[in-house]
Ligand binder design. Structure first.
Ligand code: BYC
Length: 314
């Protein structure tokens, strides 16, 4: 008999390319997988505001300050869409933040590195947002409706972020010798961690088989990383930046670049909480979250007052 609430019916809906919506039947592990991934994605957007936020007051012109401010505001907004989309799976915002603060929930490895100078803002926009977009374009076709729709909206806003970063790098490469050296130094420090953003190789990615089966992931970690590499190396060459990898080689047959070995020990260390800025990023989030408690209390009191008034008029 056809049973709407069976795992086999769920899988056949996935295989037909249907979206799963919040009230639809879904296996418990699908729900958990999505809560983990979407909340980590949301935390990444919000924690990702910190390295850039550090440079708002020191942006070199009014134009660059306005652009950076707009970009960082977008990231806060992306975090909010993603938290709301995760909440449709039956978890509260409070629980999500709790998991971030306790260290149970991860956020992207990349935000545990410091933004030391203005060239780093260029490298973050170009490489970090560039990597994020490749992943997010693919996630627009993810199977969970609210996540997919959040991605469509985020991608529309995201494409200018990457160009903002590339513009900074291109400008510095047309500048003085010192500016060129700064841009190259930023490239050297951000290139490898950006490649790590796509996660471990497919053979070492424990979450991938479920994610692919459930069409949460439409392309694998390595496929997306390769897309980013193929797109970014020519961009670097165009403005005179050297990619910090002596093993890079274009494979004429496939049209793909081959690269050297990624330092997965560094990745594991950073993800386990021992990167250069992990403590600083979490402490900062906790401090301002706690300082904002009065806003949440006031909003709750306001809601209760209105509920009470509504009850009296019934
Ligand atoms: N960082 O089995 P795997 C942005 C963890 S930036 C930290 O392959 P999965 C922004 C993974 O969570 C980007 N941890 O996992 C840009 C898992 O551990 P758990 C935000 C990582 O989930 C500029 C373990 O390693 N984008 O928004 O199948 C400015 C094994 O990995 C990372 C997203 O989050 C990493 N890079 O694949 C501001 C995209 N990679 O959870 C903001 C959504 C892996 O089992 N997420 N791990 O303890 C995804 O697409 C996937 O979750 C990933 C990983 C491709 C990242």
């Amino acid at each position: 008999m056809h049973n709407e609430h069976s795992d086999s019916n769920f899988q056949s809906r996935i295989d037909k390319g249907e979206h799963i919506e919040a009230r639809d039947y879904m296996p418990e592990n699908y729900r958990k997988h999505l809560i983990r991934q979407m909340s980590q994605h949301a935390h990444s957007e919000v924690i990702g505001m910190q390295p850039e936020g550090n440079w708002i007051t020191r942006a070199p012109s009014l134009r660059s300050k306005q652009i950076l401010l707009a970009k960082i505001q977008d990231e806060g907004g992306h975090g909010l869409y993603l938290y709301s989309a995760a909440e449709t799976l039956g978890i509260s915002r409070q629980e999500l933040i709790q998991s971030l603060h306790s260290g149970k929930a991860k956020y992207s490895n990349i935000f545990n590195y410091p933004a030391l100078n203005w060239a780093d803002i260029g490298a973050i926009g170009w490489l970090v947002d560039g990597a994020a977009i490749v992943n997010q374009v693919s996630l627009q076709r993810t199977s969970y409706g609210p996540y997919s729709r959040a991605m469509v909206r985020i991608c529309k806003e995201e494409s200018f972020h990457q160009r903002q970063g590339y513009e900074i790098m291109a400008k510095m490469m047309k500048g003085t010798k010192d500016q060129q050296a700064m841009a190259q130094d930023a490239m050297n420090r951000w290139w490898w961690p950006s490649l790590m953003m796509f996660g471990p190789h497919d053979t070492d990615s424990p979450r991938s088989s479920d994610a692919v089966k459930w069409r949460i992931k439409r392309e694998t970690n390595d496929e997306l990383r390769q897309k980013f590499i193929d797109k970014t190396i020519p961009q670097a060459e165009l403005i005179g930046l050297k990619v910090p990898d002596d093993k890079i080689k274009l494979d004429e047959k496939t049209g793909h670049y081959k690269i050297g070995e990624i330092n997965w020990e560094e990745f594991q260390r950073v993800v386990a909480g021992h990167g250069p800025c992990n403590k600083q990023r979490l402490d900062h989030h906790k401090l301002y979250f706690n300082q904002g408690a009065w806003v949440r209390e006031a909003a709750e009191a306001y809601k209760q007052k209105h509920l009470k008034q509504e009850m009296q008029t019934i």
